[in-house]
Design a protein around this ligand. Structure first.
Ligand code: AMP
Ligand code: ZN
Length: 136
């Protein structure tokens, strides 16, 4: 636990949250500023800042709970779809540095859209693939 971490405080019940699910390794609670009502955050109980720091076991637990929550949102809210998302590090828009996955209910007429794509420049497609394969 990190005493300055907002989500660790939710884990310790030091600040209020609308907790919807809990198991040995994870906690799921409503995001206070949702994309749509029901937008849920899934966190590991062991503090880790992001996808780079979390260990494989806790990551697997977060993924498992995200799927459980997705099913519950579909059933409870009659969603038309679910987006899963995660911001990792400030450069990707992360604001709370306790790893969390967003499980976001979607409805066919809601105003949200996905990130815009852009085509690769000439040769960039193959070069990018090569760089990533070399790093793995
Ligand atoms: P990010 O780190 O970019 O994934 O954003 C943090 C998310 O946490 C935002 O969607 C906030 O609305 C949400 N959030 C911030 N404070 C709380 C809180 N006390 N309870 C629930 N969700 C929160
Ligand atoms: Zn924390």
């Amino acid at each position: 636990m990190d005493s300055n971490c907002l989500f660790c405080k939710i884990l310790k019940r030091e600040i209020p949250a609308q907790i919807v699910y809990e198991d040995a390794a994870t906690l799921a609670f409503l995001d206070i500023n949702p994309v749509n009502p029901g937008h849920t955050l899934v966190i590991p109980k062991v503090h880790s800042s992001d996808v780079f720091e979390i260990d494989e076991k806790n990551w697997a637990a977060v993924m498992k709970t995200s799927r459980v929550v997705a099913h519950a949102l579909e059933k409870a809210l009659q969603t038309d779809g679910i987006n899963l998302g995660m911001n990792n590090r400030a450069g990707a828009g992360q604001v709370i540095f306790h790893a969390h996955v967003h499980v976001m209910p979607r409805f066919k007429d809601d105003p949200h859209s996905l990130w815009p794509g852009r085509p690769y420049a000439e040769g960039e497609f193959e070069k990018t693939g090569e760089k990533i394969r070399a790093a793995l």
